[in-house]
Write a protein that binds this ligand. Structure first.
Ligand code: 5GP
Length: 351
């Protein structure tokens, strides 16, 4: 056993210091980024927010967010025929902002081949993800994907340490998805005792992948726009959000009325609810590592997207960054006792 005593930080442990600025208005801030992907040389420009491949990863989310040049990672459970129709008929802006998601078993590879062949579309962005990105089998799967889909942009994860993030880039990923245990629907820290606070995860993994010309997607643990801003200041290229897009019209899930208020069911993709809905039950050797909850219905994801755009503009103005790209260079994060305890009311996006 080894014990590390280096402090590990979460988004809630810091605030961003304001800095002298010559910007006159928030309107002047460019909140888009342009990235070139390491293995394909392809580029993407947009506001680097991605709706997670949870129940938030729907076709309608992809349509809604693409209007803001934000991305959506489709969930893995769409039937083959629906995926083929989506990739065949969606316009180029929607496709440019969509990640196809898959796991690592042969069935996942076969499904991808079929969507590729039958939609007539090169699937340009592929998120190949597992809960634990540290296994040999997973690294081999990324190599296999890179060899078989040389023109696709690959995002791989999840990991929380620099050396494993670097290994995934070298295995063929263009972007690494970092975060274990920080998701709001996640129980991994409670069940397995495994994880790492998300801010330290982002700082460490971003440094590792950027040295190799890879990109970093911070995944999980953002419960308010400030967390997104802190992730961006900490050098995350993309920020993936599940819970923050839950309860929207575009999020999948059943709706129920309680005391005259409408709620939408939302759950982690390793929860008992997900196992029941997608696999007909949980394997007895696995523990459920996800929660199930009800989220008040809160209208279109467009409202959240607009609020996020406003929040990123505000942060950039405070740190004097004319372009989002400059924010991480200008930002100073200061450690505070706990930012979340300092707010008088719990913040809900869209309110
Ligand atoms: P959130 O934005 O909700 O805080 O976190 C979203 C991320 O949580 C997802 O992108 C995914 O990586 C992770 N996640 C989703 N469902 C589960 C689950 O059931 N268990 C665990 N451990 N993580 C989950």
């Amino acid at each position: 056993m080894r014990l590390e005593l280096e402090p590990q930080l979460d988004f809630s442990d810091v605030l961003i210091l304001p800095k002298r600025s010559i910007l006159e208005s928030r309107k002047d801030v460019d909140i888009t980024r342009t990235f070139t992907f390491r293995h394909t040389g392809k580029t993407w420009t947009g506001t680097p927010i991605i709706a997670s491949n949870m129940l938030t990863g729907t076709f309608s989310m992809a349509h809604a967010l693409s209007k803001y040049n934000m991305m959506t990672a489709l969930h893995k459970h769409y039937p083959l025929e629906d995926l083929i129709e989506f990739f065949k008929h969606s316009d180029s802006n929607v496709l440019n902002n969509t990640w196809y998601s898959m796991g690592i078993v042969d069935k996942d590879f076969n499904k991808l081949y079929e969507v590729y062949e039958r939609s007539g579309q090169k699937i340009e962005k592929i998120l190949c993800e597992v809960a634990n990105g540290y296994t040999n089998k997973y690294v081999e799967s990324i190599k296999r994907l890179r060899v078989n889909f040389p023109e696709s942009i690959i995002m791989a994860g999840n990991v929380v340490t620099g050396e494993m993030a670097a290994e995934l880039i070298l295995a063929g990923a263009d972007c690494v998805r970092a975060g274990i245990g920080g998701g709001q629907m996640c129980l991994t820290r409670k069940i397995a005792g495994v994880g790492r606070p998300q801010l330290s995860t982002v700082i460490d993994t971003a440094d590792a992948v950027h040295g190799l010309k890879g990109l970093l997607c911070s995944d999980g643990g953002c419960s308010q726009p400030a967390d997104v801003n802190i992730a961006l200041c900490a050098n995350a290229d993309f920020v993936m959000l599940g819970s923050m897009f839950s309860g929207t019209d575009e999020c999948a899930g059943s709706v129920e009325e309680i005391d005259g208020k409408m709620y939408k069911k939302f759950y982690g993709m390793s929860s008992n609810s997900a196992m029941e809905d997608f696999y007909g039950g949980r394997d007895s050797y696995k523990a459920s590592e996800g929660r199930t909850t009800l989220i008040p219905c809160r209208g279109s994801a467009a409202l959240i997207a607009e609020e996020l755009c406003g929040a990123i503009r505000s942060m950039c103005t405070y740190v004097g960054a004319e372009k989002l790209k400059e924010a991480s260079k200008r930002a100073t994060l200061i450690k505070v006792s706990n930012r979340l305890n300092q707010s008088y009311e719990k913040y809900t996006v869209g309110n």
